[in-house]
Design a protein around this ligand. Structure first.
Ligand code: C2E
Ligand code: C2E
Length: 88
């Protein structure tokens, strides 16, 4: 099917992230916590990150950015709307 396209707007659901086992989401959870710390922003239920950060995370997870987007949607960390519409 379709998919495997990188997300265009990356808005992480922090509550969902905390519910998932650390062995799955550990690197992502640490990355998100670091960004929160750098911004001094601890109050949100969601965290917007840079497109560039998705590329870095994809390297860490040994996936393409599009595959990682699909994985994050599967986990409920990204909403299905994060999946870019295919133009075909
Ligand atoms: P920085 O990259 O030098 O950005 C300095 C400030 O510019 C940020 O302070 C923020 O107020 C603003 N800024 C930069 N890019 C954007 C953007 O795309 N959207 C908005 N709305 N504002 C932007 P802030 O938020 O206190 O962040 C401090 C530092 O923490 C940043 O310095 C950067 O080094 C790091 N950081 C924060 N958020 C992220 C992130 O999502 N990804 C990465 N890789 N680093 C981040
Ligand atoms: P946003 O603030 O709506 O910014 C949308 C896009 O505009 C960013 O996508 C980036 O391409 C560009 N942009 C905005 N501000 C700056 C800036 O100061 N410097 C540069 N070089 N580009 C800028 P991007 O990078 O994918 O970020 C997506 C969203 O992540 C941002 O949406 C914002 O909500 C968040 N974000 C990213 N970096 C920071 C940051 O350093 N601090 C904070 N507070 N939020 C950030």
């Amino acid at each position: 099917p379709s998919g495997a396209e990188p997300a265009t707007k990356i808005v992480i659901n922090l509550e969902r992230l905390q519910q998932l086992p650390a062995e799955k989401v550990g690197p992502l959870a640490r990355y998100a916590a670091t960004i929160q710390s750098q911004r001094g922003d601890y109050n949100g239920k969601v965290l917007s990150i840079r497109t560039e950060d998705l590329r870095s995370l994809a390297i860490i997870y040994d996936m393409t950015p599009g595959e990682l987007t699909e994985q994050l949607i599967d986990w409920g960390v990204l909403p299905p709307e994060a999946r870019p519409a295919k133009e075909d």
